[in-house]
Ligand binder design. Structure first.
Ligand SMILES: Nc1nc2c(ncn2[C@@H]2O[C@H](COP(=O)(O)OP(=O)(O)O)[C@@H](O)[C@H]2O)c(=O)[nH]1
Ligand SMILES: [Mg+2]
Length: 250
């Protein structure tokens, strides 16, 4: 009886975990993205939840609007010194949906584990080692770095065509995982807007990545613009892609 109860308990409390790679050229904003996500969502480990609940308390005590809360996390972030990533940063968060839709029940009990890998050219060859275990990719583009758009585009195509996606167990078919492309730094005046990005060098992406589940969204990860909406799109796609790529159960 005890055994039954405990296994029911485990079943009920188990969380689905999806592994997400954060990729992009160096200086795109990958680490800033991860740091902001850590401020916005509770960590799967208890010690970090405490840190976040203190942010929440500040919010409640001052009765701030949602917009002001966003400014708070953005201010915290601006006070941090983010150094170029040499190794990798990983974080696991408990995903919470802000949408009150029919889908919100599906968004329950989901963990997202992020891998922020270094983006310098010498480190990019390491990325494919992580493809087999990942459920989704976030590719961050610096919308102000027009000189490197072509390199950015080629890097994306290399990711999509990598041999690691070939699934030997399924007659060599390709494993598709959703790719969320973020046109970052939209807060800066020199940022190229979404329409120009889509019709410029990235126009080829539409046809070349059409076999995969991909989307390009405008964001400012520093200013917390479009962050939650982007993650919601990604989580929706991860759930739809479950039969292709099963989550881990934790
Ligand atoms: N204005 C602005 N700056 C950003 C944004 N995201 C990142 N940055 C800046 O871009 C630089 C590189 O960011 P970082 O996260 O280290 O990039 P990574 O190399 O991809 O990890 C840092 O100076 C960040 O403050 C953004 O949305 N807006
Ligand atoms: Mg970094």
């Amino acid at each position: 009886m005890f055994h039954l109860a405990s296994s029911l308990y485990t079943q009920y409390t188990k969380r689905e975990q999806y592994n997400i790679l954060i990729l992009g050229l160096d200086n795109a904003g990958k680490t800033t993205f991860l740091e902001h996500v850590k401020l916005l969502y509770p960590s799967s480990s208890s010690s970090d939840s405490k840190r976040r609940s203190s942010i929440k308390k500040r919010k409640n005590s001052q009765d701030e609007s949602a917009e002001q809360t966003e400014r708070t996390t953005s201010d915290i972030l601006k006070g941090k010194r983010i150094l170029p990533t040499v190794g990798q940063n990983t974080t696991t968060i408990k995903f919470e949906s802000s949408l009150e839709t029919q889908l919100s029940s599906q968004f329950k009990n989901i963990n997202l584990k992020f891998w922020d890998l270094g983006g310098q050219k010498s480190l990019r060859s390491m990325w494919s080692r992580y493809f087999k275990q990942c459920h989704g990719i976030i590719f961050i583009i610096d919308s102000t770095d027009t000189e490197r758009f072509q390199e950015c585009y080629e890097t994306l195509i290399d990711i999509a065509n990598d041999d690691s996606w070939i699934d030997e167990e399924a007659n060599g078919s390709m494993v598709n995982v959703p790719i969320l492309m973020l046109a970052n730094k939209q807060d800066l005046p020199q940022a190229v807007d979404l329409v120009s990005l889509k019709t410029g060098v990235f126009i080829k992406l539409v046809s070349e990545l059409e076999a995969t589940d991909s989307k390009l969204l405008p964001v400012s990860v520093l200013e917390n613009q479009g962050l939650k909406e982007s993650l919601e799109w990604l989580v929706t796609r991860l759930i739809y892609n479950k039969s292709n790529k099963m989550p881990e159960y934790k």
